[in-house]
Ligand binder design. Structure first.
Ligand code: SAM
Length: 289
């Protein structure tokens, strides 16, 4: 798509500098522009609007990497309608997203479905799983899980008021009120105050904090359960990054006296040169030996 749009502006020898990947969130496209093409950024965005007519109505460029604990991208509006809010659809759910105010990545689509499929639709005697999502964003994982497994209850925590407010709207939009419980606050504090030994499954989709907050994920588990741990790990090969994540988690859980086994480790996506987002599915067998 980007190449086709770029061909409208640049001679063939410039095309190798074009960033080919685009994030399309609802009808908003987020592109990257090479420094040597900065003067042409707007033209490129308009060419893309033309190329994706009807499907994309706004084009932003990522001006700097994600920042702060909210992991929000620094964006610059380039072309199309002057708005940052859109509705994004995934796995039969709809999400209101403000691309300037919250983290959002369409690249986690497969991972969100993978986790939803692991959640038991109905646990005998208990009625359904209790899930704690420590870093929910606009509620994506939580709502997809709730849609997939009707008896599940998901405590869905986020520290950003922007993400929390959108999550509240998204819960209504998808009709999962009462089963996805939105909570505004720091995940560690919320677990300590309200969710000790409450969960069968804990999600930690924030690589920057996951290792630090692993203690709280363990405290949220009621005796036995699952932790889905996300991290950014270096590695010459993808397998090396998985091994590194396993080493970090094993050390920490052993120090905490947890009886566990790492059942699955996979690369979710590449996030830089020799840097990968990795997920580990950890089965907690007993929280204290
Ligand atoms: C990477 S995003 C989550 C994305 C989400 N899982 C998704 O698939 O769209 C991480 C989120 O963690 C939130 N966050 C950061 N620090 C936090 C904390 N201490 N407690 C709770 N949430 C936190 C941020 O506001 C952000 O929305």
């Amino acid at each position: 798509m980007m190449l086709r749009a770029a061909r409208r502006i640049f001679p063939p020898e410039e095309l190798r500098y074009i960033y080919k990947s685009i994030d399309i969130i609802g009808d908003i496209a987020i592109i990257k522009v090479a420094r040597r093409h900065e003067a042409y950024a707007q033209q490129l965005a308009e060419a893309l609007l033309e190329e994706l007519k009807g499907r994309v109505k706004v084009v932003y460029r990522q001006a700097a990497p994600t920042k702060g604990y909210e992991r929000v991208k620094i964006l610059e509006w380039l072309a199309g309608e002057r708005r940052s809010i859109t509705i994004y659809r995934e796995h039969g759910c709809s999400f209101k997203v403000d691309v300037e105010k919250v983290f959002f990545s369409p690249r986690l689509q497969y991972e969100r479905l993978r986790i939803a499929r692991l959640v038991k639709k109905e646990a005998p005697l208990k009625g359904g799983e209790v899930v704690v999502n420590m870093f929910s964003g606009v509620g994506t994982f939580s709502i997809i899980i709730a849609k997939h497994a009707p008896k599940v209850v998901v405590y869905s925590i986020d520290a950003s008021p922007h993400a929390y407010n959108l999550m509240v709207e998204n819960i209504k939009l998808n009709g999962v009120e009462g089963r996805v419980i939105p909570i505004l606050g720091d995940a560690a504090k919320v677990v300590k105050e309200k969710l000790m030994k409450a969960a069968d499954r804990v999600l930690m989709p924030l690589p920057e904090l996951a290792l630090k907050y692993l203690d709280y994920a363990v405290e949220a588990i009621r005796g036995r359960g699952w932790i889905h741990y996300y991290d950014h790990c270096e590695g010459r090969r993808r397998e090396d990054s998985i091994e590194l994540a396993k080493k970090k988690v094993s050390e920490k859980l052993s120090n905490l006296g947890v009886d566990f086994r790492i059942v699955e480790g996979r690369v979710v996506r590449s996030v830089g040169r020799c840097l990968y987002q990795v997920v580990l599915d950890v089965e907690v067998l007993k929280t204290c030996k």
